[in-house]
Design a protein around this ligand. Structure first.
Ligand SMILES: Nc1ncnc2c1ncn2[C@@H]1O[C@H](COP(=O)(O)OP(=O)(O)OP(=O)(O)O)[C@@H](O)[C@H]1O
Length: 279
């Protein structure tokens, strides 16, 4: 049901989100998490979603991942309507999602094993991914023997080994220190360019959004809608040295000017909610 249904799949945008909105709770207490959001992502494009804490970014990305239903609007992937988790959508989360009892190689093979890819092809694709992310020599190590940054690379390799049409990343580097984050950002840029991977990336980090993206979607305070879309006209291929360019600085400053008011609104929303809770 989730496979592309027509010959247009090759030309259809990777992702179309049309008038999607979502509320949580019941009639007595409804929390509108997402206003009406419409966004089209082209094949091979890197799009970031950025907005204040609690505005609804994860809700949106989880809808696209097929992990949340009961929403209004439509989502299509390569021209086919989304109907639950999609085999060609990969996801990398903020929390370490490696399995501690599996080696690096087995972790990378895991998704393929679940999808029924045969053992030879599984091994071949996993080793190819480990080469690509520079972890071949760690194939037999277990997550406890790896750093946090390496574990996130394993999670990334596991998702990419499935050859997803769309890779969703929900604050994948948020738990890492700034320098590791920069290094992994650079690695992600390289992989994305090499694989021409479509990526939708959620972050709180303005610099990271500008460094990595073709477009940055600035979202309003909850319920999230799209406030503005920033086109990032920095040259590609890029690496982390782009952060020293004037244009990078201008784009980050512009992004903050779009988000500042929303961050203040979200801050006040949280204050009001806390005051309500202690009253
Ligand atoms: N399963 C749920 N049930 C009830 N409310 C929810 C649920 N999931 C999210 N929410 C609420 O919806 C709103 C949006 O949450 P969401 O996690 O999408 O925001 P976010 O922008 O990703 O936040 P953050 O930046 O802090 O990760 C929040 O008020 C949250 O409390």
């Amino acid at each position: 049901m989730n496979a592309p249904t027509d010959g247009a799949a090759g030309t259809a945008p990777a992702l179309v989100i049309a008038d999607v909105s979502k509320s949580f709770g019941d009639q007595t207490r409804r929390v509108p998490a997402l206003g009406k959001v419409s966004l089209t992502v082209a094949r091979g494009e890197f799009v970031s979603l950025i907005g204040p804490s609690g505005c609804g970014k994860s809700t949106l990305i989880n809808i696209v991942a097929g992990l949340i239903d009961g929403y209004e609007g439509r989502v299509t992937v390569s021209g086919a309507p989304l109907d639950g988790p999609h085999p060609s959508i990969g996801m990398v989360f903020q929390d370490d999602s490696t399995f501690p009892w599996l080696s690096t190689l087995q972790n990378v093979e895991f998704g393929m094993r679940m999808a029924g890819v045969n053992a030879t092809e599984r091994r071949e694709r996993a080793m190819e991914m480990l080469d690509l992310i520079g972890l071949r020599s760690f194939a037999d190590r277990y997550p406890a023997q790896l750093s946090g940054g390496m574990r996130q690379r394993v999670a990334l390799a596991r998702a990419l080994a499935m050859r997803p049409e769309i890779l969703l990343m929900d604050e994948p580097f948020a738990a890492l220190d700034e320098q590791t984050r920069m290094v992994l950002g650079e690695e992600l840029l390289r992989l994305q360019e090499e694989l021409q991977q479509t990526v939708v990336f959620v972050t709180h980090n303005l610099g990271e959004a500008v460094q990595l993206s073709d477009r940055v979607v600035a979202m309003t305070a909850r319920p999230a809608s799209i406030k503005a879309i920033l086109e990032v006209d920095l040259p590609r291929p890029r690496d982390s040295s782009i952060v020293s360019s004037d244009r990078y600085g201008e784009l980050v400053a512009h992004l903050w000017s779009l988000l500042r008011e929303e961050a203040i609104t979200a801050f006040n929303q949280r204050d009001a909610a806390q005051a309500g809770a202690v009253r």
